[in-house]
Design a protein around this ligand. Structure first.
Ligand code: FES
Length: 163
C-alpha cells in the first residue's frame, strides 16, 4: 500500500517545520532551509505537504525550490564543491575552471558521484569576487583557483575522507 506523503516520516517532519513557522506562506524560504537541514534535501514528495500546510499551490512551492540553487531534491554527497559562475569569476576564466572540474570529477553541475563522495554545484557569487575565480568546498572558501589549485584542493579533501 502506498503511503501518502503527509503520512510519511519526511512529510510529518515537513509539516512540523511549517507549523513551527506558523504555517505562514511568507516564511517559505526559511521553511525550505529548515526542511533541507533536517532531511538533507527537499524531496519532491514533501512539496505537496508544505504547499498544503502554508496554503500555497504545489507549483508555487516547486517554483521556489527550483529557482534557488541552494535547494536540492536529493541529498548531497559527503563533500560539496561549489564553483562560482557569476560575472566577476566569469571574467577571470571560471568557465575553464568549471570545465576542468566537470572533467576531473566526471560530474555535471547538480550531480553526485556514484560513491556518494562528491556533489558538484554551480553558484552565483560567493562574496569572494576580489579573489576570482572562487570556489567553496564543504563551506570553506578558496580564491584564485585554477585547474592545478583545484586538483590540490580536491586531493586534500578526498584524502581527508580516507583518513
Ligand atoms: S562573482 Fe564569483 S565570488 Fe563573486
Amino acid at each position: 500500500m502506498l503511503t501518502k506523503p503527509e503520512a510519511s516520516p519526511d512529510g510529518e517532519r515537513a509539516r512540523d517545520v511549517c507549523s513551527r513557522h506558523g504555517n505562514r506562506p511568507d516564511e517559505l524560504i526559511e521553511i525550505l532551509h529548515e526542511v533541507q537541514e533536517q532531511l538533507g534535501c527537499v524531496p519532491e514528495a514533501v512539496i505537496p505537504v508544505i504547499a498544503k500546510a502554508i496554503n500555497l499551490s504545489r507549483a508555487e512551492v516547486h517554483g521556489v525550490v527550483t529557482f534557488y540553487h541552494d535547494f536540492r531534491s536529493v541529498p548531497a554527497g559527503r563533500h560539496v564543491v561549489k564553483i562560482c559562475r557569476a560575472e566577476s569569476c566569469q571574467s577571470m576564466q571560471s568557465e575553464a575552471l568549471c570545465s576542468h572540474a566537470k572533467a576531473s570529477l566526471k560530474l555535471g553541475f547538480g550531480e553526485t558521484s556514484a560513491d556518494g563522495q562528491v556533489t558538484l554545484e554551480a553558484v552565483y557569487c560567493l562574496g569572494n569576487c576580489a579573489l576570482s575565480p572562487a570556489m567553496m568546498v564543504d563551506g570553506e572558501l578558496h580564491g584564485r583557483v585554477d585547474a592545478s589549485r583545484f586538483d590540490e584542493i580536491m586531493a586534500e579533501t578526498l584524502s581527508e575522507a580516507t583518513q
